[in-house]
Design a protein around this ligand. Structure first.
Ligand code: ADP
Ligand code: MG
Length: 907
């Protein structure tokens, strides 16, 4: 009967199970214990995050910065009976009984006694290769990927399945793949070809000689130990980088073939040599602390950049020589030396493990090459898994027992797992170099682009500047030429005008006298006249200067000529001649004056005579008439006196007298001209002869009331003619009349001015100008005088203006409210609509009718009370035509009609 008591390496059937390791957090109830590796979230650059193991594992590890305690994990695997055993041991039970769920193994001593051993994993004869890999090797491989060293080693008697477990390639049946193939597959699946590096060496250790299975000629490889770190390496071994599965299967095949060949050559069995596959993994990762910023750091833009580190780890897979040699070498008849050699490494391994298991002070690592090579695997920093393989045959019970004991001892070996990580200067510098190069290139590109842009902008700016300069120069030149032309043109015009004036006035002296202002200064602002005056002054001064020069010249001549006396005589004569001419001119003027006075008197007498004749007292003046008639007859024959005056004196001469120095002559001449202008036949001639210009000049230059009155009268007469009206306007007459209207006090003057303006108001073409030059305002202003004659003229002017407006509106030339209303005429019109003076009333009645004809005026007329007046006109006006005009006008206006309806007025 099998005992329930367990023993670990003891043979007491009642013994208890020794705790496997004090530091273990091992849970016997669990079939798998998840590995608890130190926290790490390292990411291999360019690759998927490293896996954390979720697979079944018999590895336990605790965290720690200096290292993680990691006991050597041991699994036992039972090989199924082979054919020979099936026959030979047919009558016998297996020497072991497995309790995989309890991870226990019972080793039968005899039919009634057995010893129980507990392992980290118990794998039955049915365990698949995959499961074996997952529980034995996978945690180690994962550690290797995380940067730890790792060892998977198979220990057991020859023929128990070490090579089957580790080295099967499974080329035909992938489920048969052993730990070597699966480990490499897993490593390759988890590294990044860009940043990580995986290489393998495959070695055989036989009789303390290390042979390179990838290069069999290399058969004496030495072990080198780093004096500082104690790390061992085999620099002489071939390292072949592996990139894919094909690659490493080929290598394993080659290694296997070389192993067989080498053994044949040495006349040994493969079971007497140790095969060691070393997988070197080099990974570039970012250090954990720096790669992941803390919560508080997340907000910071100044988190340290991740620190690149290189992790170098090594996976050592060892297919040991058959363990039976240790015990049976002598008894099996081998040469002692050979046996010693063959087993040296294996027995040294056993000793080391014993020492480690018992915490001995001395561990004889240096006793053999195998123990030196596996220095890190037992008692070192590697994660180590040992699989002990056993056969079922009771015939090999002893071997099986010793194998189990080896495994039990190995389970006591504690390793301290440590990552071997070094700062990756190379990778960092390489990366920085790449980054710097990129930045340099980018900078260069940007600099070039910037330079190009600056150049382009410069060029554009220069082009623009030169274009602007060119345009400016062109425009300047054009403007200069234009100004020059205009200047020359105006000089020419002024010169022409001046010559014309000179021609007209006969002499410069008269002009100068006038310009020098013998008469009173005037306030009329007339630019043209001003300029003209200046120019005249200028020319006069030039002439004077020229005369001066001539004088000097002649003096010079006189000086050079010796005959001085003759010239002075001539000068005197010339002077006398000039005086004579002047005298003659004066006399002529006087004569003309006298004649014109006489004619004026004749004219007046004539009129008086006629009026006397009309009043029936002709005889009373009979005596008077005679001499007058004589004079008249002598002068005019049967013509009118004024017409005779034209013929006798000549219009030019009369007009010349307008500018006489003698005030009386001037006044008289104006009167004559005014009388002449009263006759329509003369008007055109007077204007043509420049009479209008002279009259306006007088109005502008003299404040003398009489002159102004008579001049205004003359202008009023001339203003009856349409052509003259326009000339009056062109020559600034409207402004002059307006100014006079404001200045004058004498009702007679005002009557003349009002008459003149009233005439102009009748010209359709002058409407706008009349208003803009103050004509309307002046006209309305004159009502201040109150004299019926003046008021009558004002009313006539208003009527004329309203008529023209009415015509223009009817023709569609103008629109909008009447200027008269705009200028405030309406109240006066309404006030005087029923004036006692018939002429005033009549004019105003007409004006009202004209204003009323336009709907735009209607509202203002209603509010100003004009409607009442129009209604009155339509009812009471003595003139039938005006009455009916008013009625018609009211009837045509919807606004008036509406208002009348509202006021219940009926026509
Ligand atoms: P070792 O390397 O330990 O000397 P091998 O691996 O060469 O032993 O195995 C010896 C024989 O046993 C081989 O034929 C192998 O196929 C077979 N064998 C070993 N283990 C098993 C197993 N678990 N299942 C089936 N056959 C096995
Ligand atoms: Mg083998």
């Amino acid at each position: 009967m099998a005992s329930n008591a367990y023993r670990n390496g003891t043979s007491s059937h009642k013994g208890t199970i020794k705790p496997l390791a004090a530091s273990n957090s091992y849970n016997v109830k669990s079939s798998s214990i998840k590995s608890r590796l130190p926290p790490s979230s390292n990411h291999s650059p360019g690759s998927a995050p490293l896996r954390r193991s979720n697979s079944a594992s018999f590895t336990t590890a605790a965290g720690g910065s200096d290292g993680v305690p990691g006991r050597v994990r041991v699994a036992v695997r039972l090989r199924p009976r082979n054919e020979e055993e099936c026959v030979a041991d047919a009558d016998f039970a297996d020497c072991v009984e497995l309790q995989p769920e309890l991870k226990r193994l019972k080793l039968r001593k005899n039919n009634w006694e057995s010893e129980t051993y507990e392992f980290d994993e118990v794998l039955t004869e049915f365990a698949s290769q995959k499961r074996v890999y997952e529980v034995v090797a996978k945690p180690v491989v994962e550690s290797v990927l995380d940067g730890y060293n790792g060892t998977v080693m198979a220990y057991g008697q020859t023929g128990t399945g070490k090579t089957f477990t580790l080295g099967r390639l499974g080329e035909e049946d992938t489920s048969a793949r052993g730990i070597m193939v699966r480990s490499l597959e897993e490593i390759l699946a988890n590294v990044s070809p860009e940043t990580d590096f995986v290489s393998v060496s495959y070695l055989q250790l036989y009789m303390e000689t290390i042979q390179d299975l990838l290069d069999p000629a290399n058969d004496n490889i030495s072990i080198v130990e780093d004096p500082k770190t104690g790390d061992v390496s085999l620099p002489g071994a071939t390292h072949i980088e592996i990139r894919d599965e094909h690659n490493f299967l080929e290598l394993l095949r080659i290694g296997e073939a070389h192993r067989i060949a080498a053994n044949t050559k040495l006349n040994t069995e493969s079971s007497r040599s140790h095969a060691i596959l070393m997988v070197h993994v080099k990974r570039s990762v970012l250090s954990a602390e720096d790669a992941i910023p803390s919560e508080t750091d997340k907000s910071s833009h100044f988190a340290k950049p991740p620190k690149p580190v290189v992790r170098k780890s090594k996976l050592v897979l060892v297919d040991l020589a058959g363990s039976e040699r240790v015990h049976k070498s002598g008894s099996e008849g081998h040469m002692l030396e050979e046996a010693k050699s063959i087993n040296l490494s294996l027995s040294a391994l056993g000793k080391c493990i014993n020492a480690l298991a018992e915490n001995s002070a001395h561990v004889p690592v240096r006793d053999s090459k195998l123990t030196r090579l596996l220095k890190d695997s037992f008692g070192g920093t590697a994660r180590t898994s040992l699989i002990v393989t056993i056969g079922p045959s009771p015939r090999h019970r002893g071997e099986t027992a010793s194998t189990i004991l080896f495994g039990q001892r190995a389970m006591k070996v504690e390793n301290m797992l440590r990552i071997k990580e070094e700062f990756d200067y190379k990778s960092l510098s390489r990366r920085l170099e790449i980054q710097v190069d990129k930045l340099i290139a980018e900078n260069e590109r940007q600099q070039k682009a910037f330079d190009d842009k600056v150049e382009r902008i410069n060029l554009e700016a220069q082009n623009r500047i030169s274009e602007v300069e060119r345009n400016f120069a062109d425009a300047f030149e054009k403007e200069r030429l234009k100004c020059q032309m205009e200047y020359m043109e105006s000089v020419k015009k002024l010169e022409e005008k001046m010559i014309e004036n000179q021609r007209r006035h006969g002499c410069d002296g008269f002009m100068n006298d006038k310009c020098n202002g013998e008469g009173p200064s005037f306030s009329v602002v007339d630019d043209v006249a001003e300029v003209k005056k200046l120019l005249e002054k200028e020319i006069h001064m030039r002439k004077e200067a020229e005369e001066e020069v001539n004088k000097l010249k002649s003096q010079l001549r006189q000086c050079t000529d010796s005959g001085e006396g003759g010239d002075s005589e001539i000068l005197k004569l010339q002077q006398a001649l000039a005086d004579e001419v002047h005298q003659k001119k004066k006399l002529e003027e006087e004569m003309i004056v006298l004649r014109s006075r006489m004619l004026q008197l004749t004219f007046e007498a004539d009129q008086m005579r006629r009026s006397l004749r009309r009043s029936g007292s002709t005889n009373a003046y009979g005596g008077l008439e005679s001499p007058m008639s004589q004079v008249r007859d002598s002068l005019n024959g049967h013509k009118t006196p004024v017409a005779a005056l034209f013929d006798q004196v000549g219009l030019q001469k009369i007009l010349a007298l307008l500018e006489s120095e003698d005030v009386n002559v001037r006044i008289h001449a104006v009167k004559v001209v005014a009388n002449l202008a009263a006759e329509e036949a003369n008007q055109e001639r007077i204007v043509e002869a420049g009479g209008l210009t002279s009259l306006l000049m007088l109005l502008r230059n003299y404040e003398d009331e009489t002159i102004r009155r008579v001049v205004a009268g003359a202008i009023a007469n001339l203003a009856m003619n349409e052509a003259s009206q326009e000339l009056i306007m062109i020559q600034g007459g409207i402004s002059l009349l307006s100014m006079t209207a404001f200045d004058a006090e004498d009702p007679r003057t005002l009557r003349m001015v009002a008459g003149a303006i009233a005439n102009l108001c009748g010209n359709d073409k002058l409407q706008a100008k009349l208003r803009s030059e103050g004509g309307i305002k002046a006209l309305l202003g004159m009502v201040r005088c109150g004299h019926p004659d003046v008021l009558s003229q004002v009313a006539r002017g208003i009527a004329n203006f309203a008529k023209c407006e009415s015509r223009a509106s009817a023709n569609g030339i103008r629109s909008g409210r009447s200027v008269l209303i705009d200028d405030g005429a309406l109240p006066w019109i309404v006030q005087n609509a029923n004036n006692d003076s018939a002429p005033i009333r009549r004019h105003i009645e007409l004006a009202l009718c004209h204003l009323a004809q336009h709907e735009v005026n209607a509202k203002d007329m209603i509010s100003g009370g004009a409607l009442w007046e129009v209604v009155r006109i339509s009812r009471d006006c003595s003139r039938e035509d005006i009455r009916s005009l008013a009625r018609r006008t009211l009837n045509l206006s919807p606004i008036f009609r509406a208002e009348m309806r509202r006021l219940r007025i009926e026509l």
